[in-house]
Design a protein around this ligand. Sequence first.
Ligand code: 0RA
Length: 646
Amino acid sequence: MSEEQKKGNYGADSIQALEGMEHVRMRPSMYIGDVGVRGLHHLVYEVVDNSIDEAMGGYCDAIDVIINEDNSISVKDNGRGIPVDIHKKEGVSALEVVMTKIGAGGKFDKDSYKVSGGLHGVGVSVVNALSKNLKAEVHRNGNVYEQEYEFGKTMYPVKQTGTSEFRGTIVTFYPDPEIFKQTIEYNYETLSNRLRELSFLNKGIIISITDKREKDEKGEFVTETFQSTEGLKEFIRFLDDTREPIIGDVISMEGEKKDIPVEVAMIYNTSYSENLHSYVNNINTHEGGTHLSGFRRGLTNTLKKYADSSGMLDKLKFDIAGDDFREGLTAIISVKVAEPQFEGQTKTKLGNREVTSAVSQAVSEMLENYLEENPNDAKTIVQKVILAAQARHAARKAREMVQRKTVMGGMGLPGKLSDCSEQDPEKCEVFLVEGDSAGGTAKQGRDRNFQAILPLRGKILNVEKAMQHKVFENEEIRNIFTALGVSIGTEEDSKALNLEKLRYHKIVIMCDADVDGSHISTLILTFFFRYMKDLIEAGHVFIATPPLYLVKKGAKKKYAWSDEEREEIQKEFGEGCKIQRYKGLGEMNAEQLWDTTMKPSDRTLRQVVIDNGVEADRVFSMLMGDEVPPRREFIEKNAVYANIDA
Ligand code: 0RA
């Protein structure tokens, strides 16, 4: 035994552990993605994942998440309780190892393979390192044990603090404000959406959330409980509840190939959009990957084979493409992979090669059976596919027209675009401005070196309700495509963008700060979400925030972005203020627009992020469908406040 090992607590491994924890604090983004709102919420998911693992092992059926009054979070499960006995190798309690050793994870018994996992599957020790304070409470063998940590450092050895009938683990942590400088305030909706999602993905488990920060009208804490008996099937119903199905019920399939459990649920609706959501070990794989390719392949092959043998394609003059099989399809694919390899820009693309064929085979087998057993549904689906193929041919004509124009018209840029002189896309910005008059002001006010203006006329097409060829035929939309320089998609994949050709790295939606303006922003956002999602995911899309008021007194003037701000300024200036309320961008002069909304050093741009792809999909279909929407609220919730230029 070495000197270091003899010292027990301070053995080589412990020192390494400490270094690991220090490293997490030095480079938090390497572990949790970022230290903004997203990373903050990621802490909760990391802790919950450990409890989900315990539930998937069959040892636990209830998980409670509590947002405490002080914004700390408690996660409670009724599992076996994390063992507190001394871990032989480490010389400290197993609990302490889990909490302080980077990479130890929740499982140290090797035979149980970990199927759940956080964004990076980094473990609860990372949460501990990034918390000002964390307390672990274990109820086990009739006793209560406790240990606390500050900034990941153990405060005292595990101690027994009492007795208990309950069995399980409670972890409470308070995020370190020095790490999460932007905010440490948790968003109830964000957490509850993720927990709902987890309940669909792991049927049976009872997952609750309670917000103890405020009470409702009845004097009770806001709380929700999620439990799904039908899993993905229910998930699809939830996701598609504002769309109209064309078959009787959700098709759901569960199987296993090459040791990879595959679960799929899908439905066809009357819309023209494709909504695929994929998960690996409960992680939403935004960027898709091998499992999604496997699903696509399985679906296409099986439907094609069925359609061919049914004779329904006999009179068809043209081929059916992959896209056609997915028009109006909403599907969720969930796989469990023992050692997932995540790739891509946001590490949400599955790379494991073996998964493609496993999923494709599983889907083919299961779907084939379904079609055999449900000939009516099968026929309805094939008819829908044929219609999609016909529409695609019409769309291709429209697309070719755009491309021809692009080639023939020299630069091929839309006439309405006032371009900037800078050539380096990274330095360039384009403002999509509502209306020609505001467009004119913006054109005068801008810095023409790097800021381009594209005025959009009135309301742009609601792509949520339009067939694809109508979208490509629409002039405003074609202007956006050509101005941005990205291609309009290929026949194989109509939504694939060539981001290398992107002419501006910042695309700023600038609309009036009123209800109409936010409706227009939402229409534009819907278009980006459905047809240019890659742009949003690469972080290129922003919303400008013009002020609501100008407060003046003598030579003093200040702008206000809210009523509270206006009142504050009035207080500061004292009696006799003159207040101008801006009803639209058009009421500002060029200089004012530049000062408040366009000037990089002073403006606030809100970056559009897809926080939760499933929720975004639901929201867009709801907002842009037939129901009257709470649009403003939506935009405010989904655009994270980010003063990226500051
Ligand atoms: C490994 C072994 C045992 C429990 C756990 C892990 C465990 C971890 C977490 C994390 C959150 N909640 C948890 N609950 C349990 C127990 C093994 C045994 O009792 O024999």
